[in-house]
Design a protein around this ligand. Structure first.
Ligand SMILES: C[S@@+](CC[C@H](N)C(=O)[O-])C[C@H]1O[C@@H](n2cnc3c(N)ncnc32)[C@H](O)[C@@H]1O
Length: 457
């Protein structure tokens, strides 16, 4: 049977099992309705998982906008997890029936696993092996919950306490199994498996056509890149917040700083205006042309070099910085090593943000989805002229975005790690300055988290 159909059937069976015997309307009816909606919405998400979100367009028809909003809505929440909570609540409303609860627990875990198999295309056997520990812990807690409820004396205060214990055990089991699994489930395939898609081994020379496609993309993007406020902030408060953050993250000027993947020069210009001696390197001549024009207008001396991240300009820099570059590198470890070779006693400052949905907390995941939804309800704003092609994405190990954990691990594993542990700082002042310029809806959801990983002296 196809995993998507199996997932739908398991969801329906779990809901029917938790509901029987029917307790009528009121809270039980409400819990059952919520669970039913979640099973339906989750199945719809699975059915539509290969449908890409329509591009934002200025002249989208009402139908296109409605389709886009519906897709974002159906992908907004973790429907199966909400469904599980509703079904457990429904179960708790029935008089004590421990064996019934144990079967429900098994059904819910089977449902979640099947959803994951359907969503990720992973093989069920491998998945069970990888999640064996967490499944065993969940099963033990479910058994504890069921067994505690079996104990006699249900009418005494001791018996009531046992029931409370059973309920706590069942909830703990749900919490243990659900978020732990769901976080992994939402993850894209790991770096190694994505590399194998593109047929590249870590450390191997990056094929020229990958870099060529990246260069072509950014050359074309140079025209509109600065129009997005979060690419090239212009409000005094935001610029000042970025200036303060850079000053905090870097040693005092004057200092030779290499801005890698400098683009249209947001960091380079800010640094040069603070007295740093800046070398701006990027593989896109189109982006660098914009940077050059701006530095000329402002009378700032910036050395501009066309170079790819794995072959930085040779010098003895006091610091290497980058902003929003790591996700688009074919081999970030190799790039980090190359940067260390041109700043062996310097500092590394990687300025990043949380954009993708990989490994983010469930709360951040909901916020990301809410941001998408809010965007789809507003007139489209300029950001990028296009998306990376699927072929290019599959050649980049972090095209889905890097988590703070992943970046810290990468840096510590590189030659930068020899100087001591990496540090991480959340750029709350930058987030605050950005939020101040947002509309009500965006401000309520909050800006995407911004953070920097720092290593070296
Ligand atoms: C998202 S933009 C960031 C630009 C700039 N750092 C900023 O903060 O606005 C990514 C930049 O990285 C550059 N880039 C992408 N891959 C690169 C590579 N392998 N080597 C050097 N630059 C690269 C692109 O040309 C683009 O200018």
């Amino acid at each position: 049977m196809k995993p998507k159909i199996a997932a739908l059937l398991l969801g329906v069976v779990a809901a029917g099992w938790a509901a029987a015997p029917l307790l009528g309307s009121g809270w039980p009816g409400f819990a059952l309705t919520v669970a039913g909606c979640c099973v339906a919405a989750g199945s719809l998400r699975l059915a539509l998982q290969d449908v890409p979100e329509p591009e934002e367009a200025y002249f989208a028809s009402a139908l296109e906008r409605a389709a886009r909003t519906a897709l974002v809505l159906v992908r907004l929440l973790s429907w199966e997890e909400i469904g599980c909570v509703a079904l457990l609540w429904l179960e708790v409303m029935h008089p004590a029936r421990p064996w019934h609860t144990a079967v429900l627990g098994a059904l819910l875990v089977a449902w979640l696993l099947t959803v994951h198999v359907a969503e990720s295309g992973t093989r069920a056997a491998g998945l069970l092996r990888r999640q064996a520990r967490i499944l065993a812990a969940g099963a033990c807690l479910l058994a504890l919950g069921a067994a505690a409820a079996f104990l006699p004396g249900a009418t005494s205060s001791g018996g009531a306490a046992l029931h409370v214990l059973a309920a706590i055990a069942v909830i703990a089991a749900a919490l243990l199994v659900l978020p732990g699994l769901s976080r992994r489930w939402r993850s894209l395939p790991d770096a190694a498996s994505r590399r194998s898609v593109a047929g590249m081994e870590p450390g191997a020379e990056t094929p020229a056509d990958v870099l060529g496609e990246v260069r072509g993309y950014w050359d074309a993007d140079a025209e509109t890149y600065d129009q997005a406020a979060d690419h090239y902030p212009q409000r005094p408060q935001e610029v000042a917040a970025w200036a303060a953050a850079l000053r905090r993250l870097l040693p005092e000027p004057p200092l030779k700083v290499l801005d890698m993947g400098a683009g249209t020069g947001f960091l380079s210009l800010l640094l040069a205006s603070q007295g740093y001696q800046v070398t701006a390197a990027d593989l896109s001549p189109g982006m660098l042309a914009r940077l050059r024009a701006k530095s000329t207008v402002r009378g700032l001396a910036i050395q501009v070099v066309e170079a790819d991240a794995e072959h930085p300009p040779v010098d003895d820099f006091g610091a290497v910085v980058e902003r929003h570059l790591m996700w688009t590198l074919p081999d970030p470890a190799k790039a980090l090593a190359a940067w260390h070779s041109v700043a062996p006693t310097g500092r590394l400052v990687l300025v990043e943000g949380t954009w993708g949905t990989r490994g983010t907390s469930p709360a951040e995941l909901v916020r990301q989805r809410a941001r998408q939804l809010a965007r789809s309800l507003q007139p489209p704003r300029h950001a990028h002229h296009d998306e990376y092609s699927e072929r290019l994405k599959s050649a980049l190990p972090h095209a889905g975005g890097l988590t703070p954990d992943e970046l810290v691990t990468l840096v510590e594993a590189s030659s930068w790690g020899k100087a001591g542990r990496a540090r991480i700082e959340r750029l709350r002042d930058v987030e605050w300055a950005m939020a101040d310029a947002m509309g009500l809806l965006d401000a309520m959801i909050g800006p995407q988290p911004r953070w920097a990983v720092i290593a070296g002296r």
